[in-house]
Write a protein that binds this ligand. Structure first.
Ligand SMILES: *[C@@H]1O[C@H](CO)[C@@H](O)[C@H](O)[C@H]1NC(C)=O
Ligand SMILES: *[C@@H]1O[C@H](CO)[C@@H](O)[C@H](O)[C@H]1NC(C)=O
Ligand SMILES: *[C@@H]1O[C@H](CO)[C@@H](O)[C@H](O)[C@H]1NC(C)=O
Length: 426
């Protein structure tokens, strides 16, 4: 998740980026405009049979790859095609930030190694359509105000500088740029706004991070403008054989399985999406939490965060309730107070017997099956809950992380301010 404080950077590049390479139509890497009029990006696990055959056939990753621990553990990726000629880059999907960036060549201050599967670092000199955004551009101003960057400009080069920092301490900074983003055949955004990262501290190996936050220059908003409806939805599969998806634009609503609740702004200082939580249940029983506690903070929906963070009083009550239910099934609570982990008596885990957690939002209840409440910790064979206290993440910030909603279709309907979820969608 994005975090407001500013990264200071000094960029002193010698830079004459020019190019004479001839334009050629880019490939689309599996993106298509679906029957509802939305852009649909397939999301595959690296072991998905389809992807394996595609990679062997074409020797390029033909679509997004997810769940590849060598790229970044527990993150989800999609493919984008940037520049002319188009270059494939595999990027992390992040609803908790707004600016999108890719690591550029001429990364000069701090750079990380990109996985081969993520594509090459972006070479601005070999794209004939690449430009830097100037200091007086509206988008430069908007981004600086939103990111709270007092002055982000290299005057002599008339180049707008972006910088953003994530709650994890990772960051990216460089030139705010524009280039062609190729979508489905014959669809493209000529002046797609993104950051060309020259100073990147990132603990993964994807080509960069794509922001879905609520700003005109976020990846989501730039693509939504090509459609007739401001919404996006995704399903991150929990199973390697299943195919997930990410779509931007109108979505199917006539499904009675899609449950809706109200979607909120988290706040002007952090333009991301939030839900208002009112109550929580374990196996149908309400937690012993004074109800007003829930409403003191909203919950950010963040695809880029793995675990789910709740306020400490909620966490303690949840811990007691989960422990009671698990002990009744013969499990033993581990000793770490901030991680709710259990050891089994050696038998294989019967997931159908593990507790179910329900979260009550304004108009509906999100029911998380045990597979979304717990995960199997391979290092020591314990069963751990995805819920953590806020002070194990960013104190005071509640986050609905990606593990809790895997295999759910989640819908962010910005136009009608609804958040939707549908179990077992991928
Ligand atoms: C958006 O376009 C699709 C077809 O591309 C159409 O079916 C749908 O009704 C349109 N939705 C709105 C809200 O105009
Ligand atoms: C970047 O592209 C330019 C122009 O095509 C080329 O001369 C240069 O060698 C490329 N840089 C790298 C490191 O490949
Ligand atoms: C998205 O941003 C617009 C413009 O700032 C704002 O009016 C709207 O409330 C935001 N919506 C959500 C769901 O964050």
């Amino acid at each position: 998740m994005e975090y407001t404080p500013v990264v200071l950077l000094v960029l002193a590049l010698n830079c004459t980026f020019q190019s004479s390479s001839s334009a050629s139509p880019g490939s689309s890497y599996g993106v298509h405009l679906n029957a509802d009029g939305a852009f649909q990006f397939p999301v595959f696990h690296k072991y998905h049979p389809y992807l394996n055959s595609m990679v062997q056939a074409a020797n390029i990753p033909d679509s997004a790859v997810i769940g590849d621990d060598s790229i970044r553990k527990n993150q989800f990726f999609m493919g984008i095609s940037l520049g002319t000629p188009a270059v494939f880059n595999l990027v992390t999907i992040d609803t908790g930030s707004t600016i999108s960036w890719v690591q550029c060549q001429y990364c000069i201050v701090h750079c990380y190694t990109q996985d081969q599967r993520a594509g090459p670092t972006f070479n601005t000199s070999s794209s004939s359509t690449y430009r830097r955004v100037g200091c007086s551009a509206q988008v430069c101003h908007d981004m600086h105000v939103s990111q709270n960057i007092p002055s982000g400009c290299v005057e002599e080069e008339d180049s707008c500088i972006y910088s953003l920092r994530y709650a994890s301490g990772e960051y990216s900074a460089g030139y705010l740029s524009q280039d062609r983003l190729t979508l489905a055949n014959s669809y493209s955004i000529q002046k797609f706004i993104f950051g060309c990262g020259s100073d990147n501290r990132y603990n993964g190996h994807s080509a960069g991070i794509i922001g879905f936050g609520n700003k005109s220059y976020s990846f989501f908003n730039q693509i939504a403008q090509l459609t007739n409806y401001s919404a996006f939805s995704y399903c991150f599969p929990s199973n390697q054989e299943n195919e997930g998806f990410l779509s931007i634009g109108p979505y199917v609503r006539d499904s009675n399985k899609l449950i809706l609740t109200q979607l909120f702004d988290y706040g002007a200082h952090l333009p991301v999406y939030a839900l208002q939580q009112f109550d929580m249940m374990v196996n149908g029983m309400r937690l012993q939490v004074d109800p007003p506690v829930y409403t003191t903070r909203m919950t950010v929906v963040d695809s880029g965060t793995v675990e789910t963070f709740v306020l400490s009083p909620v966490f303690r009550a949840l811990d007691r309730a989960l422990t009671k239910a698990m002990v009744a099934e013969g499990y033993v609570r581990g000793s770490d107070s901030k991680e709710i982990c259990f050891h089994s008596n050696g038998d294989s885990v019967d997931w159908s017997k593990l507790p179910v957690v329900e979260i009550k939002f304004s108009r509906s209840i999100l029911k998380l099956p045990a597979e979304n409440v717990f995960y199997y910790e391979t290092s020591d064979g314990s069963i751990c809950s995805t819920f953590q206290p806020d002070d194990a993440g960013v104190p005071g910030v509640q986050i609905l992380g990606n593990r809790a909603t895997r295999s759910f279709r989640v819908v962010f309907d910005i136009q009608q301010r609804n958040f939707g979820f549908e179990a077992g969608a991928c």
